[in-house]
Design a protein around this ligand. Structure first.
Ligand SMILES: Nc1nc2c(c(=O)[nH]1)N[C@H]1C(S)=C(S)[C@@H](COP(=O)(O)O)O[C@H]1N2
Ligand SMILES: [Mo]
Length: 301
């Protein structure tokens, strides 16, 4: 197996202490470079990131299923029924099926991960997610040899998702990762923010978070995960193939055709919103650069 396999799953404990301890364990493991083949300097910096506050994270959203304005999701996502909720895991897996999100969560170790978040529109935040590694969910389903990609799909329910009544995107929203990206320990399924359940506008009950890629790769309110041997279609690539590639790694040296990606507007920095330089792979270069060794990142944008 080219990837980490876990055959035991720790029962999640949602107490704040457990979040704290698990987070410390994660940061400690990274600082020591355990199993990740990396130096500690960059990753330990994540412990010093100062998160945006709750109101900023939950009131400035992109979730086109509820409209295209930043304030639309907070207003309209209340209509979404998030329980019961299951995720269909299918394709090249040993144990396909509809996994109830509560069952998934009870099998997973929920950690806090404070990550940079960089939207392709050139704004950024720091978000204290709670969640578990996608690799653990994939191990639960049993990835078969030959699988090369993971495809994701968001709920399609126009009765509750008013944005889906308009052909802004080809619904349902779909995304994809290469299998090694999906199995990377930085890639998580997020189940909450600030120790609270995931707000509906941020992708309840469970959404992907891939911190070194532009925000649109972090697909919300996931209902299907498919293991496949072919590169899956992605919503924004279908909508604008010249503007949004499959990889969409944060890269200050490869501009969007219509704007620069060299800097980003920091959400919450006040009236005269400050800009800061955008970091290669959104600051996760040491952890993920090896995934793209030998690739022309301007071609595979
Ligand atoms: N299903 C779905 N997922 C989505 C989107 C969307 O419109 N629909 N928007 C993406 C974009 S462009 C961004 S920047 C992030 C925003 O996440 P946040 O609102 O939690 O900050 O969600 C991503 N995931
Ligand atoms: Mo975005």
């Amino acid at each position: 197996m080219a990837y980490r396999w876990k055959n035991t799953f720790t029962r999640a404990d949602a107490t704040p202490e457990a979040h704290f301890l698990n987070r410390r364990a994660f940061v400690g493991a990274i600082a020591a470079g355990v199993g990740l083949g990396m130096a500690g300097s960059r990753a330990s910096a994540q412990d010093t990131l100062k998160p945006n506050d709750w109101d900023e994270i939950t009131n400035y959203c992109n979730f086109y299923e509820f409209g295209t304005g930043k304030e639309d999701p907070p207003r309209y996502a209340k209509a979404l029924t998030t329980s019961p909720w299951s995720i269909e895991v299918d394709g090249m897996v040993d144990r396909p099926g509809a996994y109830d999100v509560n069952d998934i969560m009870s099998e997973m170790t929920i950690e806090e991960r404070i990550y940079r978040f960089r939207c392709v529109e050139a704004w950024s935040m720091i978000i204290p997610w709670n969640g578990f590694e996608l690799a653990d969910l994939l191990a639960m389903a049993g990835v078969q040899d030959g699988a090369k990609y993971v495809a994701f799909e968001t709920l399609y329910r126009p009765e509750e998702m008013i944005g889906q009544r308009y052909p802004v995107l080809d619904w349902p929203y779909v995304e994809g990762l290469r299998l090694d990206e999906a199995l990377h320990p930085l890639t998580i399924m997020a189940t909450g923010i600030y120790g609270k359940p995931m707000p509906k506008q941020n992708g309840a009950p469970m959404r992907l978070v891939v911190p070194w890629k532009y925000g649109f790769k972090s697909i919300k309110s996931v209902v299907r995960i498919t293991l496949t041997d072919k590169e899956p279609p992605t919503s924004w690539n279908r909508a604008g193939p010249q503007e949004y590639g499959f990889y969409s790694n944060v890269n200050p040296n490869v501009d969007h055709p219509r704007w620069s990606q060299a800097t980003e507007r920091v959400i919450g920095s006040g009236l005269f919103a400050s800009r800061q330089p955008t970091l290669m792979f959104n600051g996760y270069q040491e952890e993920v650069a090896s995934l793209y060794e030998g690739m022309d990142l301007a071609k595979h944008f």
